[in-house]
Design a protein around this ligand. Structure first.
Ligand code: 5AD
Ligand code: SF4
Length: 448
């Protein structure tokens, strides 16, 4: 019997950060080479791959409940293969195979490239976990197969050397490794040639980027990438406040293709908590940095992460986080209840807070931020924003939507002919999470 290779389908479920979104593209590319076509739903797929996150307990729980629910699909379709990759895989390794009998294979953060091998073995009924090797000893994944779109993610560095007391990332993602600038430049050029107009550069701590081949720093890398023809916009995430250089502030201020948008997680507002977290800066230093950024980069939008209920956090410490929001006036805030993570110093600290206390602090913090976000957005009413139009708005109200330079979502009446263009929009209404506007009479031209 001969004939064309059977068409197989794979569903990839991605959890967690943008780094995982990038890795999932790579997973999709690797599986395509084995004849798997990606599908949106797990139902009916021949292979289901989970790309997991373990940064917080809740993220990890989501993974377990998702895998649990897949048991039924496997019972209905015995040939279905299920694999788990990413940070939970790296953290748990073999244990996952032991505890979840309907799981077929496990691959850690450093074993991505060996996925085809694992899938081939799983097809023969061999269950394996590849998580032993330290991620640093393995090569970085080359460029993912780009799916043409307006926006793309590009990983510039991986891993983290900071070992903040609460964080599992250095253990599951390994030490910092930067990708060569020449490779990144080639990747950006290839993406731009396929119509990508905006690239977000990813790294756990992009500010410690160093070109392994030429020593270029992150500000230098941004300048090089800004020279790529056809590319209009660059963003990056995440920046560690202790490593944000004056050169980077200058680049944000002076390079028009670098958007005025910065994610600068503070994590806490009180000095004792910052010290216990091992963040390497004081509240005063953080605020000074925010002040310098605002002075140098007019209109810059700052994003932050705050953890509430770190071990030993007093009500007074928490008040300092609340007042930090007030002083910085974040445009974007991601806030989390502290949760114990394996391997971490904080996991072994005294002074753990009760769940209801953490939950109540989180509610107060988020309420404060909602007020600030709305105020900031209302203050933009009457101003003009440059928007890269991405498509019809999600609710199908005859609007199109896109992001302004500062990264805010802007919706305005318009047709599909605007998609992919840079336009000027007059802001008419600031909402909590988005802006509503109207196209300026003279439509903007495409990229200056
Ligand atoms: N508990 C709660 N939040 C955490 N984060 C990282 N580790 C923990 C933890 N153990 C948050 C930090 C980080 C974001 C990605 O997740 O705010 O910036
Ligand atoms: Fe985790 Fe700290 Fe590294 Fe961020 S800088 S990934 S919080 S250890």
């Amino acid at each position: 019997m001969s004939g064309p290779a059977p068409q197989r389908s794979v569903h990839i479920a991605t959890f967690g950060c943008q780094m995982n979104a990038y890795d999932s593209e790579r997973i999709s590319g690797l599986l395509a080479s084995l004849g798997y076509t990606e599908v949106d739903q797990p139902q009916g797929a021949d292979l289901i791959v989970l790309n997991t996150c373990s940064v917080r307990e809740r993220a990890e729980q989501k993974v377990y409940s998702y895998v649990g629910a897949l048991k039924r699909l496997k019972e209905a379709k015995p040939g279905l293969l299920i694999g788990v990759g990413g940070c939970v895989a790296q953290q748990e390794g073999d244990r996952l195979l032991k505890h979840i009998p309907h799981l077929d294979f496990v691959f850690g953060t450093g074993a991505l490239e060996r996925l085809p091998e694992l899938v081939a073995e799983a097809r023969k009924g061999r269950r394996r976990a590849l998580t032993g090797a330290a991620p640093r000893e393995l090569p970085l994944a080359p460029a993912p197969a780009p799916r043409p779109g307006l926006k793309a993610l590009v990983t510039v560095m991986r891993g983290c050397d900071n070992f903040c007391a609460y964080c599992v990332v250095p253990y599951v993602r390994g030490r910092e490794q930067s990708r060569p600038a020449a490779q990144l430049l080639a990747e950006a050029q290839a993406l731009a040639a396929r119509g990508v107009r905006e690239i977000t550069l990813l790294g756990q701590n992009v500010n410690s980027y160093r070109d392994p081949e030429g020593g270029l720093d992150f500000a230098g890398l941004l300048r090089r990438l800004a020279g790529v023809e056809g590319l209009w916009r660059l963003r990056f995430t995440t920046s560690h406040p202790k490593d944000l250089s004056p050169a980077l502030i200058e680049t944000l201020a002076g390079e028009p293709k670098v958007m005025e948008h910065l994610h600068l997680p503070a994590q806490a507002g009180s000095d004792p908590v910052l010290r216990a977290m091992g963040r390497g800066y004081t509240r005063g230093q953080y605020l000074e940095l925010a002040r310098r950024l605002r002075a140098a980069v007019p209109g810059v939008a700052l994003g932050g992460d705050v953890i509430v209920g770190f071990p030993g956090e007093s009500e007074e410490d928490f008040q300092q986080s609340l007042s930090l929001l007030q002083e910085v006036r974040y445009d974007f805030l991601y806030s989390f209840k502290y949760s114990d993570r394996p391997f971490t110093r904080a996991g072994r600290m005294a002074g753990k807070l009760a769940e209801p206390v953490k939950a109540e602090r989180l509610r107060r913090l988020q309420a404060r931020q909602r007020g600030i976000g709305l105020e900031l957005h209302r203050a933009l009413e009457g101003q003009t924003a440059e928007v890269l139009v991405e498509g019809p708005d999600k609710k199908g109200r005859g609007l199109v939507s896109g992001r302004c330079r500062a990264g805010r979502m802007v919706n305005f009446p318009g047709g599909p002919e605007l998609v992919g263009r840079l336009v000027k929009v007059r802001i008419e209404q600031g909402r909590e999470n988005s802006l509503l506007g109207r196209l300026e009479p003279a439509p903007g031209s495409e990229a200056s």
